[in-house]
Design a protein around this ligand. Structure first.
Ligand code: HEM
Length: 968
């Protein structure tokens, strides 16, 4: 814009005597124009100039002067009023039309600038001339400010000034809704659109968009330019085909999403890029002859245009680095404010936040403050109102403006002025600064207090929902407060839903359980880091209401878990398990007796029921040494209570449990309430109702009922010691009444003891964890055998051969069972593994909670975040389980060594299933005896009643088969 060849001109040659239509009161403003700065009204404590640049490329900075930060605004074509939010209250303003050819500036056609570094050199030339005419500029503090594509200009110009014009006092930068980092921007469009309901994730456009996004990512992985037209296509598709939010425009053929403010209506093809409606008046005004004369436009280019398309077409910056790469160096020298309007789509705040989260400057990454702390996000209050949020770290401030689109000072002039004031006073880090308004009135904060609290609460929730967008992690559509719970609670199967989303969002994506972020992961390397390599950071599971009341290794965490697990592990060693085989054998023999009544070609029955009774018998015998003989007494009260626990999901589906899922923070309180309520009921049933001669009893929850009975069993066991070798006995040997110390850091030194509550809690846990899981595994195994006679035959051959080689005839089988037998059946091993690969049972437990802030595979994970393994996707992943189709049952595929995290039916790492070997022993012992004697045939109802159902475990409804006695 500056005329390079005119050096004899002086400041007075640019002085604006009068401007048509200006309000009377504003005659004190000093303006220079043509090639102009606009004089500050209140010079304040020190002289300073803000250089303002609009974007484009090709947008005139006079848009900023007349609709954003300048002293005047148009009310209508002929009325100009004062802008109380103008920035000139605190600084001189200098609006520069550049790159050359923009707005009033002019150049011959072939001389348009194409690159950012060339633009920066031109800018320095301009400043040199400017200083010649306005030498006082050298004494002023200079700030560069602007929006949109000036996110590219400003860092380049700043770098050039700091390196080459050391006499200029560049003090800081303000970049609003900047086009800075194309990767963050292009990656943000789809998640922003979904989060703002512009696109639904089950729509056709969504499917198309995922393909375009994938193509864009491919391109970005190869090369990143300032503009990538294939990636811009994402935005283009959404703006033309997305859901229009503005109420007033309807949804006609030519309506589209306003990409500069999603709240507003827009028409194709501009879709918002024509700017605010006042621009029409600005354009008419600036093109008036008298106005042009006043501002010394001398006719070379007598037409003003808000946007010069030719500049946009020429300025492609193909050979320029993107400005994001300059920011770290700049931040080491001067402070920068980045600000964004929440409703801007084209340069949206998700992208800005993601860019900053991933940027490293002044010795750390993102808003990291070191020592595992991150910079807090404060509510930003201006004039007593909640204006947005603010965050500060190491010379960088980020402000999110509520109720603003792409042109923040246009929508929120006063607040943008407050931001400037705080910045140039360099106290912007104090977020709740009450700044004095133009009339210097104090605002009474108290009147807004409760409203602020509410706003702040919603603000916090909204902030939480940015967890994944900030990390550029995709997330399916979710609802405020519930997150993804509504979908998950209504889904037939939680884990099938996760698998469905994995197909759409990839191996690492995010969901919100309530407001809590959960990474859903089927990337084995990521999981290996979480479950094994970084176990010390991920040693807990999700918070549940049972955590504080159940005292067992499943529900405790940290050092308490470590101690208990250390004490309990030895109970499941081979040596200890061997001592339990007679107890298991006894229960299996009972089952074989029962089954003999069913062995008949035409008779079909549901064997799953028998398996449940069997595993209940076994676990009661092995865990706490009571022979409840459920197989002969299916109505036994213990069995009924455990069944009740699983069938009704008495705890898992209870409203209290759901409340804990939504608000884990209060899980501990809810757990205690649940515990106190049930203790009270037990007390009333036991001590008050008999006294009142009442025959009625209050219902105790099955969980609490079992816990109370176990107390009695333990008391009895203490009074009458036994030589039984069961899990309870093993735990009683390490029980103490003394206080117990937990030492996570030095487990060796920890007390290897369990408290009485822990002995009881763990015994109950074994009962619950060992009953339904193992019977369900047997059920699936039987289903497969009924459907695959070839596999059944191979198994029988292996078993027969083993018995033959070891000279064990049918007579001996009954008494016989040796732990070593089952370890020699290799096909059996592969068979069971394949059953558990195709039919994993306890997926719900395979998750971890981050106990510290950490980084996994380059992704920042905050303390408290959950990582949930998507077992179905892993177990059916062709890359992990190929080359044979993973949907086909092939035991032999387990001969090949796979990725350690490709097979997770028992979880992984130090917290994997403690009862795994016990369960496998049970399953193998039963199958060996069963298949030695019987052949399994499918029942008529096998398929129709298989129906896999997911509650606490993923289990079939029934397994209808026929048993045929084998000829031996
Ligand atoms: C086929 C049968 C079984 C399956 C599929 C199974 C599966 C699982 C899974 C997936 C976990 C979570 C592991 C993780 O977070 O990495 C788990 C944990 C656990 N299982 Fe099993 N389980 C079975 C049998 C048993 C048996 C028989 C017992 C007890 C006798 C048992 C006791 C436990 C306990 C106490 C935990 C918690 C371990 C901890 O947090 O330290 N499970 N099980």
């Amino acid at each position: 814009m500056f005329n390079y060849y005119v050096t004899s001109l002086q400041a007075r040659d640019f002085y604006v005597q009068n401007l048509p239509l200006l309000p009377e009161a504003e005659s004190t403003i000093h303006m220079h124009a043509g090639y102009l700065p606009v004089g500050s009204k209140n010079d304040g404590d020190r002289p300073r100039t803000i250089i303002w640049l609009n974007g484009g490329p090709g947008q005139s900075s006079l848009i900023g002067a007349w609709t954003e930060i300048g002293p005047f605004r148009f009310l209508d074509k002929n009325t100009i009023v004062t802008n109380n939010g103008s920035w000139h209250f605190y600084a001189n303003l200098l609006f520069i039309d550049q790159p050359i050819g923009t707005g009033f500036s002019y150049v011959d056609r072939g001389m348009f600038i194409k690159e950012l570094y060339v633009m920066a050199e031109h800018f320095l030339n301009f400043l040199d001339r400017y200083v010649e005419i306005f030498p006082e500029f050298l004494e002023e503090d200079i700030y560069l400010a602007g929006e949109s594509f000036s996110g590219q200009y400003i860092p380049y110009i700043a770098q050039a000034i700091l390196e080459k014009r050391l006499l200029l006092k560049l003090r800081g930068l303000l970049i609003g809704d900047g086009w800075i980092d194309p990767i963050s921007l292009y990656n943000s469009y789809l998640p922003y659109a979904i989060a703002n309901n512009l696109v639904k994730n089950d729509s056709e456009i969504y499917t198309n968009l995922t393909q375009i996004v994938a193509a864009c990512r491919q391109i970005l992985s190869r090369q990143v330019n300032v503009f990538v037209s294939q990636c811009y296509y994402i935005l283009h598709q959404i703006m033309n085909n997305g859901i229009i939010k503005a109420q007033d425009v309807g949804n006609t053929e030519d309506s589209c999403i306003n990409v500069y403010d999603i709240r507003l209506g827009a028409k194709k093809p501009m879709c918002g890029s024509n700017g605010p409606s006042e621009l029409e008046y600005v354009s008419a005004y600036l093109n008036r002859q008298d106005v042009m004369s006043s501002i010394h436009i001398d006719g070379k280019n007598s037409e003003w245009r808000a946007f010069t398309r030719l500049i946009f077409a020429s300025f492609r910056a193909f050979n320029s680095r993107t400005s994001v790469q300059l920011l770290p160096d700049l931040l080491s020298k001067i402070p920068i404010v980045f600000y964004n309007g929440e409703y801007d789509f084209i340069c949206n705040h998700w992208a800005a936040e993601n860019m900053l989260d991933n940027m490293t400057w002044n010795g750390a990454s993102g808003f990291d403050l070191g020592n595992g702390k991150v910079a807090p996000i404060h509510a930003w209050v201006v004039d007593g109102e909640s204006a947005g949020s603010i965050r500060y770290a190491r010379n960088l401030t980020y402000i999110l403006f509520f109720n603003a689109g792409h042109m923040v000072p246009y929508d929120q002039a006063r607040r943008s002025q407050a931001m400037l004031y705080q910045f140039i006073q360099l106290n912007i880090t104090y977020p709740n600064n009450q700044i004095v308004d133009n009339n210097h009135k104090k605002v009474n904060q108290n009147t807004h207090h409760s409203l602020n609290l509410l706003i702040y609460y919603f603000y916090l929730i909204r902030e939480r929902y940015k967890y994944f967008s900030r990390r550029n992690i995709s997330t399916p559509y979710f609802q405020l407060f519930f997150g993804h719970f509504k979908t998950l609670w209504n889904a037939e199967s939680y884990h099938r839903q996760l698998q469905f989303w994995t197909k759409q969002y990839g191996k690492i994506y995010g969901i919100y359980e309530g407001t809590h972020p959960v990474f859903v992961v089927s990337d084995p390397d990521f999981l290996q880091d979480v479950f094994i390599k970084q176990f010390s950071n991920f040693h807990a599971r999700k918070i549940t209401m049972l955590d504080s009341v159940s005292h067992n290794i499943f529900f405790t965490n940290g050092s308490e878990w470590r101690r208990q697990r250390q004490v309990i592990n030895p109970s499941f060693t081979t040596t200890k398990l061997k001592t339990m085989t007679p107890l298991i054998n006894q229960s299996i023999n009972d089952l074989m007796d029962k089954l003999s009544h069913h062995s008949n070609n035409s008779h079909e029955f549901n064997i799953y029921l028998y398996y449940k009774r069997l595993t209940m018998d076994i676990i009661c015998r092995c865990a706490f040494g009571i022979d409840i003989d459920v197989q002969n007494n299916p109505n036994h009260i213990y069995f009924k209570k455990v069944e009740e626990f699983f069938d009704n999901n008495a705890v898992l589906k209870s409203p209290l449990f759901k409340m804990t899922q939504l608000l884990p923070e209060i899980g501990c309180i809810l757990g205690r309430l649940y515990f106190t309520y049930n203790t009270l009921i037990t007390y009333i049933n036991k001590n008050i109702l008999p006294f009142l001669s009442s025959t009625k009893q209050f219902d105790e929850s099955p969980f609490m009922w079992l816990l109370n009975r176990l107390h009695t069993i333990v008391e009895q066991r203490q009074q009458t010691p036994t030589s039984r070798s069961d899990l309870l006995q093993l735990m009683l040997q390490v029980m103490t009444q003394q206080p117990i110390q937990n030492l996570m850091e030095n487990p060796i030194k920890s007390n290897n003891w369990l408290s009485e509550d822990e002995v009881i809690g763990n015994t109950l846990m074994f009962m619950i964890a060992g009953y339904e899981t193992t019977s369900t595994a047997l059920a699936y195994a039987t289903y497969v055998l009924a459907k695959h006679p070839d596999i059944l035959k191979k198994l029988q051959n292996e078993i027969d051969e083993f018995f033959l080689n070891n000279d064990i005839d049918d007579e001996k089988i009954k008494e016989y069972f040796d732990y070593d037998t089952i370890t020699q059946l290799s096909y059996m091993d592969m068979f069971i593994s394949e059953v558990l690969r195709m039919y994993p049972i306890a997926n719900i437990a395979i998750q971890r909670r981050a106990m510290e802030n950490t980084i996994v595979q380059g992704i920042n994970i905050e303390k408290g975040t959950i990582v949930h393994a998507d077992i179905y996707s892993i177990h059916y992943d062709l890359e992990l389980w190929g080359p044979d189709d993973p949907s086909i049952f092939i035991p032999e595929r387990h001969k090949i060594k796979r990725h350690p995290m490709s097979f997770l039916p028992f979880g992984a790492g130090p917290r994997h299933c403690v009862g795994m070997r016990f369960a496998l022993m049970e399953i193998k012992m039963l199958l060996t005896k069963l298949l030695r004697q019987y052949t399994i045939l499918p029942g008529e109802q096998l398929e129709s009643n298989f129906n896999i159902n997911e509650q606490a475990v993923i289990a079939p409804q029934a397994i209808w088969i026929k048993l045929v006695k084998r000829e031996t």
